[in-house]
Design a protein around this ligand. Structure first.
Ligand code: PGA
Length: 246
């Protein structure tokens, strides 16, 4: 894992956007894995700014998002489909048909998991996966205890995840308790991974990631087994941590 330490959220967003733009320019047909949550919002803003200024094109890019809440349709403001449209897709020249997110309102959710996994395989997998990390070490919505061999699946959200995400909802009771998420093995099949981390609330998770063992009780630790991971983390998330990484 290569770690790039930056000053703050703004610098993390800038660096991450530059990283992604370079990859898109190198390979205009790149398959990007995308994440939601607070962390990548600044990065998406920078991608939009660059698109407007430098005309970086996403016309031939295909995207796959990590996860979606079960029970929310794409029109629901709290769905990740809505988030992605608002935060990125509506503002760049991507073909919406090339943007893939699990359908959280699918009638047969098991079938939807299988469809998503097969779709990823059909496209030959993800070239660059953007990831955030939960304070409990989750990646995607793979909560602690998720099997490292898991493919796209249904997950019961951990209480800490529901608490963390309640800020987007009117009341905590409205936060869905289940989600569809790419599995750990799905994520690990990505050719390259870019993990973005910002803020004091992630420091403990970063400490575990950098210094702890590879264990299913801390899902992000699996990234140590991946050959091509870059972490862009700000000072608040990593300063003072003993960094034992390659
Ligand atoms: P956050 O979420 O970016 O909102 O902190 C990260 C995650 O839960 O993976």
């Amino acid at each position: 894992m290569k770690i790039i330490e930056v000053k703050d959220y703004s610098e993390m967003s800038q660096k991450a956007a530059e990283y992604i733009i370079e990859k898109v320019c190198q390979n205009p047909k790149i398959k990007l894995g995308l994440a939601t949550g607070g962390t990548p919002v600044g990065t998406y803003k920078k991608l939009i700014e660059d698109h407007q200024k430098n005309r970086t094109s996403y016309q031939n890019v295909t995207t796959f998002n990590l996860d979606e809440y079960i029970g929310l349709s794409g029109e629901n403001k709290n769905s990740y489909r809505y988030f992605m449209d608002e935060q990125l897709f509506n503002h760049i020249d991507i073909n919406k048909q090339n943007t893939n997110i699990p359908r959280g309102d699918s009638k047969d959710i098991e079938e939807e998991c299988q469809r998503y996994e097969e779709l990823l395989a059909k496209y030959g997998g993800i070239d660059l996966q953007i990831l955030g990390i939960g304070s409990n070490g989750h990646i995607g919505f793979n909560e602690p205890g998720t099997n490292f061999t898991s493919q796209t699946h249904v997950i019961e959200l951990a209480p800490s995840t529901i608490n963390a995400n309640a800020r987007y909802f009117n009341r905590i009771e409205e936060v869905p308790t289940k989600a569809v998420t790419m599995g750990i093995s799905t994520i690990m099949k990505s050719k390259e991974i870019l993990l973005l981390v910002s803020g004091e609330t992630k420091k403990q998770a970063m400490s575990k990631l950098l210094n702890g063992n590879v264990t299913e009780s801390f899902p992000a630790s699996v990234l140590k087994n991946h050959p091509y991971v870059t972490i862009i983390a700000d000072k608040a998330a990593v300063s003072g941590l003993m960094i034992h990484s390659e």
